[in-house]
Design a protein around this ligand. Structure first.
Ligand SMILES: CC(C)(COP(=O)(O)OP(=O)(O)OC[C@H]1O[C@@H](n2cnc3c(N)ncnc32)[C@H](O)[C@@H]1OP(=O)(O)O)[C@@H](O)C(=O)NCCC(=O)NCCS
Length: 229
């Protein structure tokens, strides 16, 4: 009889310990979920971003050619493009051109080019009117299955080759965290012009600064002052 009671007491004690563990684990996972939601909410409302404005003189060189690669300026929308017809037409009307690289007939990389005079958004409220004699490269991508094969670099070179003689400089703004893009741009010869920061809280930009030649300034004037001959 004492053995029977002892047995049940041990079982009851183990059971309540297990129950308490389960409750603790439940409380912890709820707390973790709340913290995750809070963090996501905070990150959506408080945004700090760093970008680098890069430039590269346009050097014309027609020696590169690969029969499998085909570079085109896409003038009409088609199914499979990662933008709607409406978006394509809007961008085209605003002075942008879409360029694509095809390998063995398959699209492997694309990028948009804005010509002189086009107004482009850079980051948050920072914007730029593309200066005379320059082109601005933006919204480029290589589908995941084609990445790391040098297609973006080929696209960049081809985009620069395809410009008229009056275009002397190519510009691109890249997120400082975009390692792949920075590596490709550097290999093609792009050099940093200046770095810019923008801090946005609840949809309002509270500070945007630029660092150029060791001097800290407001960011927007750096974009406004860009001039090339
Ligand atoms: C950025 C992007 C367009 C590059 O396309 P891609 O065709 O793979 O680029 P490339 O192969 O020409 O060059 C990428 C270079 O970065 C390197 N690279 C890729 N990921 C890297 C990483 N995480 N760290 C360091 N280097 C990296 C590659 O090895 C390659 O260098 P290599 O020629 O010396 O090998 C592609 O990753 C992409 O579509 N990203 C999402 C969209 C985007 O960020 N667009 C911004 C463009 S401004």
């Amino acid at each position: 009889m004492p053995l029977f009671w002892g047995d049940w007491t041990v079982r009851w004690a183990l059971c309540s310990l297990w129950q308490r563990d389960q409750e603790d684990a439940g409380i912890l996972s709820t707390l973790r979920r709340w913290l995750g939601t809070g963090k996501r909410w905070f990150n959506r409302r408080v945004e700090f971003k760093i970008g680098i404005m890069m430039q590269q003189p346009v050097v014309r060189d027609s020696s590169r050619s690969d029969d499998r690669c085909h570079f085109v300026r896409t003038q009409t929308h088609r199914a499979g493009l990662p933008f709607s017809l409406k978006e394509f037409e809007k961008r085209s009307q605003q002075g942008n051109f879409l360029y694509e690289l095809f390998v063995d007939g398959n699209p492997v990389s694309y990028g948009w080019v804005a010509g002189p005079g086009a107004q482009v958004g850079i980051l948050h409220e920072l914007n730029m009117r593309v200066p005379e004699h320059a082109l601005y490269i933006w919204d480029c991508a290589t589908p995941e299955e084609h990445r790391g094969k040098g297609y973006f670099q080929t696209l960049l070179r081809s985009m620069m080759q395809s410009q008229g003689v009056e275009t002397n400089v190519a510009l691109v703004a890249v997120d400082s965290n975009n390692t792949a893009s920075k590596a490709a741009l550097k290999k093609v010869g792009f050099q940093p012009l200046f770095t810019y920061w923008s801090f946005r809280v609840f949809g309002r930009v509270v500070l945007s600064l630029a660092l150029k030649d060791g001097r800290l300034t407001w960011a927007q004037p750096q974009f406004d002052q860009l001039q090339f001959s």
